[in-house]
Design a protein around this ligand. Sequence first.
Ligand SMILES: NC(=O)c1ccc[n+]([C@@H]2O[C@H](COP(=O)([O-])OP(=O)(O)OC[C@H]3O[C@@H](n4cnc5c(N)ncnc54)[C@H](OP(=O)(O)O)[C@@H]3O)[C@@H](O)[C@H]2O)c1
Length: 306
Amino acid sequence: MRSNGLTNCHYFNQSPIYILFTVNIQVQKQNVALVTGSSSGIGYETSLLLAKSGFHTYASMRNLEKSKSIVEIANKEKLPLEIIQLDVNDDRSVKEAIDKIVDEDNRIDVLVNNAGYGLFGSLEDLSIEEIKAQFETNFFGVIRVTQKVLPIMRKQNSGTIVNLSSVGGRVGVPVLSAYQSTKFALEGLSESLSYELEPFGIRVVIVEPGFIRTNIMNSSIIAKKAVDRESPYFSLMQKVENHFKSMMDNPSTSQPEVVANVILQAITSENPQLRYTAGNDAATVMQAKKTMSDSEFGNLIKQQFL
Ligand SMILES: NC(=O)c1ccc[n+]([C@@H]2O[C@H](COP(=O)([O-])OP(=O)(O)OC[C@H]3O[C@@H](n4cnc5c(N)ncnc54)[C@H](OP(=O)(O)O)[C@@H]3O)[C@@H](O)[C@H]2O)c1
């Protein structure tokens, strides 16, 4: 958070003595946040929470027709939230969105790279095009937006970039090899980037949610070949898909607000960690992954999914 410490002198009239004291006045220009994929789920809740917490928040989305609900809340609660069109797959859209923010605010303090979707299908059933499209959004989309924001943050000598990875960024799962690969790649990108940006006062934070009740199962794509009953992986695919669907329907699965709170905690921390888990199951899975051997952990995954 930005603040300017000013020294204030107060003189008492008619007094032979004066008292000089300093007050650290917080001249708090509003911090500016950009969130991608704010039309639903984690991006939606994060945009609202950041705006409620005083950030001038650009809730970006590729399809502005999906903005009605968030706009209604922002208007009703008089939140400092603006909707902006941004498709992370489209160079022009990214450039126009960021140029608009710079025109209006001349700074970006927080970037939340949230936009993403899932691709279901065993590797043999995935086409290269389906895999490339998955990487285009979940991985290259993050790079596209980050590269446009970095010169602005470098000029400010400050900023925080939050990348939405997943428990799936550290754990392999059957029929999600493409999705998990995008998140593994994002982990490597984020960790490497953190070293490059530290000298410029820019922090990188990786958020790793477990299962979160959002629209992700509806927005996920099922590979064309994976729906073919003749596929040798058809029953595996069904099992995993059903497992994910039941997790999404389970009331004890964490809500997206939980992730939004973790993001807020990270970006307002003086000294944020590189990684944060989010959601009921995430820390337990990560702990198991850390402490178990690969074969022990593999048995857990098999019990869950196979
Ligand atoms: N839910 C979970 O269990 C979970 C767990 C771990 C990590 N995550 C990650 O959390 C992030 C948010 O997912 P969610 O669960 O909130 O899912 P969601 O409800 O489906 O929201 C995904 C958001 O990404 C947007 N999006 C997709 N492609 C885009 C593009 N090309 N440009 C701009 N926006 C795009 C969607 O926009 P449209 O409405 O236009 O499709 C939507 O706003 C994703 O990166 C996901 O991988 C989710």
